[in-house]
Design a protein around this ligand. Structure first.
Ligand SMILES: Nc1ncnc2c1ncn2[C@@H]1O[C@H](COP(=O)(O)OP(=O)(O)OP(=O)(O)O)[C@@H](O)[C@H]1O
Length: 228
């Protein structure tokens, strides 16, 4: 496989925080329907790479193209629209809104995009069934287990049918059994939609759910068979 036809391509990314280089010539690409695990030691630049790819952090130099469009050439408004409509996010701690029920949390991205409550909650429920958390829809995040909460967060990330899903240590707060179940449901659900998944993890067990691994070390990537 080559970077040709890839959904998201990054070339020669560099980013420093003051004197600390976080990315030092990183390359990356992911195709639709592909799950890529970003591995590497603590502090190697994995999260910075993910944040650059998602348009959250602007690299100092280098190129990031989504569907052939250079992210740096987009206005702030266009970039935030892209993040809301084409990208989905799952983080280590689900970051659910504590005052809302689980169903309302999953429906929230659709509600924010203007979908009527009934329709948004019906779509939410379909994803919650998929992630096996439909029975706890009426509960608030504080009343469910860590594994259930994380599956609710995964359902929320999928509800808008994003083209790229970014996950930063999505199972980091879970025990291994729960973590594996979340990964299984997450990757199955993502694959069924044809979304690309960029998954940051330092756990080989989690990376085993990916199609391909990219290793980041001292801000540089390797293990990439794509010639970009
Ligand atoms: N906002 C920031 N301000 C200053 N330095 C930062 C910031 N974010 C990251 N860094 C530094 O950049 C480097 C890469 O950090 P990054 O979080 O990308 O690594 P990581 O591989 O995701 O680490 P971990 O596995 O521990 O989460 C580190 O040296 C880190 O201290």
């Amino acid at each position: 496989m080559t970077a040709e036809g890839a959904l998201l391509v990054a070339e020669d990314l560099r980013k420093a925080y003051g004197p600390t280089p976080a990315l030092d010539g990183a390359h990356f690409s992911v195709h639709a329907g592909e799950v890529v695990a970003v591995m590497g030691p603590s502090g190697s630049g994995k999260s910075t790479l993910l944040h650059c790819l998602a348009g959250i952090v602007r690299p100092d130099s280098g190129s990031i193209r989504y569907q052939g469009r250079e992210l740096a050439a987009l206005s702030d408004k266009e970039r935030s629209l892209l993040r809301r409509t084409a990208f989905g996010f799952v983080f280590q701690f689900g970051q659910l809104v504590p005052e809302l029920t689980c169903t309302e949390n999953v429906a929230l991205p659709l509600r924010l995009a203007g979908t009527a409550r009934k329709e948004a909650e019906a779509t939410a429920l379909r994803w919650m069934e998929r992630l096996e958390v439909d029975s706890i829809g009426h509960k608030r995040p504080g009343q469910v287990s860590g594994g259930q909460g994380q599956r609710v967060a995964v359902a929320r990330s999928l509800v808008t049918s994003p083209r790229v899903l970014f996950a930063d240590e999505p199972t980091g707060a879970l025990d291994s059994l729960n973590g594996e179940r979340v990964m299984e449901l997450f990757t199955d659900a993502a694959r069924s939609t044809g979304a690309a998944v960029v998954l940051v993890t330092h756990e080989p067990r989690v990376a085993a759910y990916s199609d391909r691994e990219v290793v980041v070390r001292d801000g540089k990537t390797r293990g990439l068979e794509y010639a970009v």
